[in-house]
Design a protein around this ligand. Structure first.
Ligand SMILES: Nc1nc2c(ncn2[C@@H]2O[C@H](COP(=O)(O)OP(=O)(O)OP(=O)(O)O)[C@@H](O)[C@H]2O)c(=O)[nH]1
Length: 447
């Protein structure tokens, strides 16, 4: 769980090429500024054109105002020299491109004087001024003496327009570029730098660094989108950290309870094993004496019998019965009788403790001893050792008619492979021997 949980942490997008937001914003701003500049240039050029036309009109009107009367006077007075001088002055005036003077004389064909600034005829939309020349030979009299047409200078009009258009284009372009630069700088300082910082911070996040909060390097007087993003990223980190802590403590608790559970299971298994063992012991052993019980004895006797037959080894059985035990019980009580049986069992265990020798309690006060690899004679000797050993214990038996102490009668039988094919036959033989021992006076061994 402590591992790095970063999956896509690179600042570079995985599939698409990286393209800065600032650059895209600048390109969009530039495009917009260019279109805006184009529109502005068109509009302002149109205004300049209109102004130039109006200005040229005014200039032509002024020239006309200056020369109108003097020209009319010179025509009336037939002052050719003055007329030529004046018409030349009009034609060479800055805004004038062409001058046409139509001199009207009664009874004569009109005389036309035309002066062009350029050899090639101008065509365009220059302003044209038509005036009638009126002479006043005396007060109150008016005579029309000619017509004056003044055309503006087309080239001058365009030159003025180009000059202004150039300055408009340059100022608009500079304005657009400055605006784009300003937008880019502002966007870069206010947004891009912090977005990159946030991306780096997120990319370096790991479970152990969740407590390190995102801190944008900027001075803000009021909240904005970046402040919101910063606080939300930090809140997300806090939540994630709390969640991981909870998960870690849950895992610890789980591991602890798993260990406890394992210990409990282990303890229960050991208890069960012990219970099974004691159950097995109980089911196989006599509760009073601890010797093998009848059931266990029945399981083992055939095994020993088959082994002796297979290996052709001797096998002997002792059948032991406590003498006058009814009287013992009657004399000392049943509890003491039990105690006596325990003592006899202890004696059996001490005498027949070698491996392979089996002692069992098969009846109330009846015991059987199975002795492998021993023939009848050796078994009788072993039976005598048992009697001696019991006698040495000197368990009082006042009711016995053969001894002041507890005694046993023992019947001995040995395996005869020729005539026996079941252990019970051997046991029956030992039982018969016991019967004989009882009849021989008890406290003895009979084969
Ligand atoms: N205290 C006690 N007595 C038992 C137990 N099992 C059997 N007995 C008693 O053992 C006695 C056996 O008596 P009998 O079979 O008549 O034989 P006996 O009195 O020993 O006489 P002989 O065998 O002929 O010497 C009975 O009185 C049973 O009650 C036991 O587990 N505890």
């Amino acid at each position: 769980m402590e591992g790095d949980f970063r999956t896509v942490s690179s600042l570079q997008p995985q599939a698409k090429a990286f393209s800065s937001l600032g650059r895209r914003l600048v390109l969009a701003t530039l495009l917009f500024c260019l279109l805006f500049t184009l529109a502005m240039v068109t509009w302002r050029t149109w205004l300049a054109w209109e102004n130039n036309l109006a200005e040229m009109n005014s200039e032509l009107a002024l020239i006309d105002q200056v020369f109108q009367n003097t020209l009319a006077h010179a025509i009336w007075e037939l002052d050719r020299e003055s007329l030529d001088q004046q018409i030349t002055s009009v034609a060479t005036a800055a805004p004038v491109g062409r001058v046409v003077l139509n001199i009207l004389r009664p009874g004569q064909a009109p005389e036309i004087i035309e002066l062009n600034r350029y050899t090639v005829a101008q065509s365009g939309v220059v302003p044209v001024l038509h005036r009638q020349l009126i002479a006043q030979p005396y007060a109150g009299a008016q005579e029309k003496v000619g017509e004056l047409t003044i055309e503006g200078d087309n080239n001058l009009l365009w030159e003025r327009l180009w000059g202004e258009a150039r300055s408009i284009v340059i100022t608009q372009l500079i304005q657009s570029l400055l605006l784009a630069g300003l937008v880019m700088t502002m966007f870069n300082r206010l947004v891009t730098v912090h977005v990159v910082h946030i991306a780096r911070h997120l990319g370096e996040l790991a479970p152990q660094t969740l407590k390190h909060h995102l801190k944008l390097q900027r001075a803000v007087l009021r909240q904005d989108e970046l402040s919101l993003l910063e606080s939300q990223v930090n809140a997300l980190q806090d939540n994630l950290h709390a969640h991981l802590e909870r998960q870690r403590s849950d895992e610890l608790a789980l591991a602890t309870s798993r260990d406890q559970m394992a210990e409990l299971v282990e303890a229960r298994t050991a208890e069960l094993k012990a219970a099974n063992q004691s159950l097995e012991t109980l089911s196989r052993h006599d509760a009073l004496t601890g010797l093998a019980n009848r059931r266990y004895f029945d399981e083992l006797k055939e095994i020993e019998f088959r082994r002796a037959i297979r290996h052709k080894t001797p096998l002997a059985v002792l059948m032991c019965d406590v003498d006058f035990f009814k009287i013992y019980n009657d004399t000392y009580g049943h509890m003491q009788g039990d105690q006596c049986l325990k003592e006899i069992a202890e004696t059996l265990r001490s005498v027949f403790g070698r491996s392979g020798e089996l002692t069992a309690r098969v009846g109330g006060e009846e015991f059987v001893v199975v002795l492998p690899n021993i023939d009848g004679v050796q078994a009788c000797e072993a039976a005598q050792r048992l009697r001696t050993s019991l006698a040495e214990r000197e368990l009082p038996h006042s009711g016995s008619k053969v001894s002041p102490f507890v005694t046993v009668s023992i019947g001995v039988a040995e395996l005869d492979p020729e005539t026996m094919d079941h252990f019970d036959q051997l046991l029956q033989r030992a039982d018969q021997a016991l019967y004989r021992a009882k009849h021989q006076g008890r406290d003895c061994v009979a084969l």
